[in-house]
Design a protein around this ligand. Structure first.
Ligand code: GLP
Length: 258
């Protein structure tokens, strides 16, 4: 895994946006996997800026979001549909029909999940998947003990995740208990993975994911098995990494590398 540590969260977002822009410029009809949460907000802001000021073109891009709460309608302010529309889609020139977000209100979840999986394949697979990390080490809503081969399905949220996400709702009781989420296996099929994390609260989860054993107890640790996984961190999120000096050394030496 490549680890890039940035001084600030803004730098983290800028570097992540450059990675997305590079993918998009190299392949204008690329397929992007998108994440929600507070972590990618700066990244989306920067992509919107690049679209506005530099003409970054999303007209041929297709997107697949990682997850959605079960039971929340598209216009619910805490739904991931609403989040994506408000923070990215309404500000860029992506065609509506190219956007895919798991449905939190389908009548038949099993059929929807298999449609979602097939649709990713039909679109050529995900070129770059953006990921955050939960404080319990989850990616998307793949909570501890999720199979590392799992596919898109319904997951019951862990108590820790409900508590973490309660800040966006009126109370913890209002946080949905179930979510529909891409599986770890689905995520691992993306050609490139870009995980971003900031803040002290993520430091232990990041260290476990990057330097701990590969385990379903920290589903982000599956990234260690991916040939093209990049992890961009701010220095607080990187603060529990044992090999921090080595990652900095690699970055410093990269310019001269053969
Ligand atoms: C939720 C999302 C994850 C996200 C995590 C961290 O659980 N399903 O995709 O990575 O929250 O969120 P935040 O970035 O707000 O810390």
């Amino acid at each position: 895994m490549e680890i890039l540590v940035q001084e600030t969260v803004d730098k983290m977002s800028e570097v992540a946006a450059k990675v997305v822009a590079k993918t998009l410029n190299a392949k204008p009809n690329c397929v992007l996997g998108l994440a929600t949460g507070s972590t990618p907000l700066g990244l989306y802001k920067e992509l919107v800026r690049m679209h506005r000021d530099e003409g970054l073109d999303f007209s041929q891009v297709t997107t697949f979001n990682l997850d959605e709460y079960v039971g929340l309608t598209k216009d619910h302010e805490q739904s991931y549909h609403y989040f994506m529309h408000e923070n990215l889609f309404k500000h860029i020139n992506i065609p509506k029909q190219n956007i895919h977000i798991p449905s939190g209100t389908t009548e038949n979840y099993e059929a929807f999940c298999s449609w979602y999986e097939n649709r990713i394949v039909e679109c050529g697979g995900i070129d770059l998947q953006i990921l955050g990390i939960g404080s319990d080490g989850h990616i998307a809503f793949n909570e501890p003990s999720s199979s590392l081969g799992s596919r898109t399905r319904i997951k019951t949220l862990a108590k820790q995740t409900i508590d973490d996400n309660a800040r966006f709702f009126d109370s913890a009781e209002d946080v949905p208990i179930y979510a529909i989420t891409m599986g770890v296996g689905t995520i691992m099929e993306a050609r490139k993975l870009l995980m971003i994390a900031n803040g002290k609260a993520k430091a232990e989860a990041v260290a476990a994911a990057v330097e701990g054993p590969v385990t379903s107890m920290i589903t982000a640790s599956a990234l260690q098995m991916h040939p093209h996984a990049l992890c961009v961190l701010d220095k607080d999120a990187a603060s529990s990494l044992k090999m921090l000096d080595y990652y900095d050394w690699i970055q410093a030496k990269m310019v001269d590398a053969p």
